[in-house]
Design a protein around this ligand. Structure first.
Ligand code: LMR
Length: 395
């Protein structure tokens, strides 16, 4: 029977991993999958995480199930991290889920239950896996304008013009911060305007926030979610701890529902638990316990926040060095946007042929749409990277 199966299209992001591994060129650069690397190119385990794991090993007395919603204390910790003081009392429920992706999927199923014929709007462009994770039942996926390749910034007029045409059967995916793949983000004033449009039109905001703390800071990066939480009646929020806690393979995330009243929030909460039961039953717990232990201990929490800040500062400083190097090596101001973008990624605006040439001639690996992972660079290879990009774009 298996012969009837189609060959799936290779994943645009993960397809880079295998050829990079077998490339024997010593100066190869991995700017593909979104994983943080330090100045030695290593993805290390944070000290705060290691310490929390040590404590967990000592304290854990059982491996019995944690329950459908996962660990309530973890969900509360995540609510504080993401919503701060902005969560309306009794109207927000969290569900510990396997990663940001698991959270997206649970919430997509909820959306399909509430509005079987909903249209989900994603930004042009968006994280490619959004299409697979959000597609369920009759749900249609459509795109709203977001990135202007000419200016390499958000085309806010086009974006808001489209959003103003939506209504209560529409769901809008918003990247909470550090837009993936572009790196171009909304300012606080722009978030305010989008929140007003959501109230006026009645579309359902569905946040995906996977890089909190990688942009301008832990609090700053939550501006959009918090603004919406204090403005709109209902929303969905999918959160990932993969990047900011560096616990990628432990699959830690949280799916939040915010209801218009305590009753409807409770109803939504019952439904996400029921959906999770039919999908994977109960969530993995190790990483969520690590997050809870860190958040509940003031010293560990501070240590984690310091480590997060170090990662964030390093990415911002690499961005500045990159923009400087482009200017120094004759690229003019064309690449100045790299210093303005925030988060792990920037879309460089190269053609697929130029991306191929960088891989073939220079052992530089990026995603086919020319998305680069800034954290994959090291100070000492920035000039080489810039020279190669200028060679393929100008030469
Ligand atoms: C990425 O965008 O590179 C990350 O979110 C990893 C992934 O699963 O695609």
């Amino acid at each position: 029977m298996f012969e009837t199966l189609p060959h799936p299209k290779p994943d645009a992001i993960l397809a880079q991993m295998a050829p990079f591994k077998v490339d024997t060129r010593p100066d190869k650069m991995n700017l593909g999958v979104g994983v943080y690397m330090n100045d030695k190119g290593e993805t290390i385990i944070l000290d705060s995480v290691k310490e929390a794991e040590r404590r967990l090993l000592e304290q854990e007395t059982t491996k019995t199930y944690v329950g459908l919603a996962g660990d309530v204390a973890y969900n509360e910790a995540m609510k504080e991290i993401v919503f701060g003081d902005a969560a309306p009392a009794g109207r927000v429920y969290g569900l510990q889920a396997p990663g940001g992706s698991g959270s997206l999927r649970v919430l997509a199923e909820l959306m399909a239950r509430m509005r079987p014929n909903a249209k989900v709007w994603v930004s042009t462009p968006t994280w490619p896996n959004h299409y697979a994770l959000l597609k369920t039942g009759n749900i249609e996926i459509a795109e709203y304008p977001y990135f202007d390749p000419e200016t390499c910034s958000v085309d806010f007029d086009a974006m808001t013009a489209k959003l103003r045409t939506l209504g209560s059967d529409d769901v809008v995916i918003l990247h909470g911060c550090c837009h993936n793949p572009t790196g171009a983000n909304l300012s606080p004033a722009q978030w305010d305007e989008v929140a007003e449009i959501a109230v006026e039109t009645g579309f359902l905001p569905f946040f995906d926030i996977a890089y909190q703390g990688f942009g301008d800071g832990l609090e700053e990066d939550a501006y959009g979610v918090r603004k919406f939480a204090s403005t709109v009646k209902e929303m969905l929020v999918a959160v990932s701890c993969s990047k900011n806690f560096g616990i990628y393979r432990d699959r830690v995330g949280c799916a939040f529902v915010m209801g218009g009243t305590e009753e409807t929030a409770t109803l939504a909460n019952e439904n996400i638990q029921n959906i999770a039961r039919g999908m994977y039953s109960m969530p993995p717990d190790h990483g969520a316990s690590v997050v809870r232990i860190i958040w509940q201990d003031p010293e560990l929490r501070q240590q984690w926040m310091d480590e997060l800040k170090t990662m964030c500062t390093r990415m911002t400083s690499l961005r500045n060095l990159l923009a400087e190097s482009f200017r120094k090596q004759g690229g003019g101001d064309r690449f100045d946007f790299v210093a303005v973008h925030r988060g792990m990624f920037s879309l460089l605006g190269l053609t697929p042929e130029q991306v191929d040439k960088l891989r073939q001639d220079h052992a530089i690996y990026m995603i086919g749409d020319s998305r680069v992972n800034i954290a994959g660079m090291q100070e000492q290879n920035i000039d080489r990277f810039v020279a190669a990009v200028l060679e393929v774009t100008q030469g």
